[in-house]
Design a protein. Sequence first.
Length: 368
Amino acid sequence: MTRVTHRQIFHALERWAPKEFAYDWDNVGLQVGSVTDETTGVLVTLDVTEDIVKEAIEHKANVIIAHHPMLFKPIKQIDFNTFQGALLKQLIENDITVYASHTNLDIAQGGVNDLLSEAIGLEDIKPLVPTYHESLVKLAVFTPISHVKHVVDSLSDAGAGHIGNYSHCTFQSEGTGTFKPLEGANPFIGSENKLERVEEIKIETIVEEKNIATVVAKMKEAHPYEEVAYDIYPLKNQGDEYGLGRIGTLKEPMTLQQFMHIVKERYNVSHLRFVGDRYREVKRVAVLGGSGERYIDVAIRAGADVFITGDVTFHPAQEAELKGLAIVDPGHHIEQIMKEATKRYLEKQFSNVKVVASKISTEPFQFL
């Protein structure tokens, strides 16, 4: 069985939710432990508590993937008599490594806010608070006619040439390439010290800048030439847009009350708070997992009829009502939707690693 290290687990997560997506104030990535240890199992949770650590031990999981970082502020001392100190002691004594994927997973495509939006049936989903545009480059490679299909397929498999719902997007033009193999060369075509003229195809394609090193490596593997001629150009085109929260539309308009019943069912909550006329019609919906009251005006500008977010306080709720925006507050804990999604993602990446979604609720609130 192939050995999997914690570093491989974390790198896989960062392909989904790159750390550079996270807000500056956030503390994502390694919280405590080692990246080089072999992974015996993974537990996915919303928060890290002593009960969560016990659950990891029961499942023989030496990695905990948490949404909420357990270390937000710098630590000046570790006192085992405090909650945080006792928790760190428990983790270290049991050789358990903790990794957090927080606002980067909120922002990532397919992350927390997409999961929340899709769960309630939103369509035409876009970021509510754009934070990042993918940088794009153009790759041009000169290929002998015999290997064009092989090179194009390799580029596409590596992530190049993807535009919207289309793959294998290239522009190809014919031309003549010249080169003279010098002493010590091992040419695919031609002879030493003889100028060669070869009919070639210039393949041009688009690549996300973050993936260019991987794409070029795969291109070189597929290309028959000993020395591959290629160009990389920066582009002003903007790639995919990423951001916090989502804005989308319901398939059919409904009353706020009907919508709230859907929210309760899909998010598996027994209670929620709301602001607004329960009989008003809603269709355009903003969603922001966690604490999103600071984005009330953003939701209004985006044309939302209703804004789903947690931890809404008194005065912002009043202000939203006066401005005509309905608020649905199902709590912060709905972000637990990331547990099963992260489990599925990691299982696809590592078939030989046991991944468990925590069954423990870390919701601190109780309701009468």
